[in-house]
Design a protein around this ligand. Sequence first.
Ligand SMILES: Cc1cc2nc3c(=O)[nH]c(=O)nc-3n(C[C@H](O)[C@H](O)[C@H](O)COP(=O)(O)O)c2cc1C
Length: 187
Amino acid sequence: MARVIIVYATDYGSTKKMAEAVAEGVNSVDGAEAVLKMAEETKINDLLAADALIFGSPVHMGSMDYRMKMLIDKVCSGLWMKDALTGKVGAVFTTGSGFGNSGGGAELTQLSMLSNFAELGLLLIPLPKNTPGYAKAGSQWGPHGRSADENLKPKGLNDDQLVAARHHGANVATVALKLGGPLAFAK
Ligand SMILES: Cc1cc2nc3c(=O)[nH]c(=O)nc-3n(C[C@H](O)[C@H](O)[C@H](O)COP(=O)(O)O)c2cc1C
């Protein structure tokens, strides 16, 4: 059994919707179980009990939501000091409304969470470019849901974004199952 915790922050529900699609992907893999948690309610033991961590954040002015950063600084930091998450699996996703075609900071937000995950010693899972939905919903770092159109008019997430999110969840679950527990790095 592989347990995958999906932690997210949300104001308007788009990141929650992406998180639920990621969870569907996890649960589509035999022997894997998804646990969904809001950042504010996530405790040390929730992270310790998981074989894989997937963090999802809305993009806020080009960087991650403060609740995700609070989780990283207040909860993950103690585990970082003890190397307690080392060898588990990690992956990320984002949502944004987008400004122009640059993604409005999606890649920076994904990379900053992945940087924290690398610090924690997690095995980082990317989003391969042949993933269904990738063309409209991805970066190589993870799926991105865009909740507004090019004029920043809210339009909600589209199917490509949710499909890419489901595949990301399935990929993470598959790796966690194959590992059968945290990888013991060479010492
Ligand atoms: C304070 C704030 C800053 C934001 N900054 C950005 C941004 O830099 N880039 C972007 O694409 N979207 C930005 N957005 C839009 C949100 O990322 C977008 O609406 C997202 O889908 C919200 O996710 P949620 O529904 O889970 O809250 C911002 C929203 C807020 C509230």
